[in-house]
Design a protein. Structure first.
Length: 121
């Protein structure tokens, strides 16, 4: 499996998901940090995160931790807005959203994050 190829201007976002809030970190295609955003884990927060990320450039992919649990609502929202979403494995608890963005950037091409018909939490 090959890695995903990114253009230097691409925006790659990694999201650390929690019950009440999500932390997104954006990197460019070369892995340089573009910024961080803390948003509520609500539809309004998802929209804020997407607006912030698209303001940085073309969003190539978003790596979401827990797309089957706390990240489910965000993953569904992003897919409805035609954003590529990848599941990022839950690393040890001390790992930040920036590490999730870096992991997303270096992931081999894999199937998108799982989809579930269960209600979002």
């Amino acid at each position: 499996m090959g890695s995903i190829a990114f253009h230097p201007a691409d925006v790659i976002v990694g999201v650390d998901t929690h019950k009440h809030q999500h932390v997104g970190v954006a990197l460019d295609g070369l892995g340089r940090r573009l910024g961080q955003r803390l948003v509520p884990a609500t539809p309004a927060g998802y929209a804020e995160l997407l607006t912030w990320a698209t303001g940085l450039g073309r969003v190539a992919v978003v790596g979401v931790e827990g797309s089957g649990s706390y990240g489910l609502g965000l993953a569904r929202f992003l897919r409805r807005h035609d954003v590529a979403v990848l599941e990022v494995a839950r690393p040890p608890r001390k790992v930040s959203a920036a590490c999730r963005a870096r992991a997303t950037r270096s992931m081999p091409s894999t199937p998108p994050a799982r989809s579930s018909r269960a209600p979002a939490r």
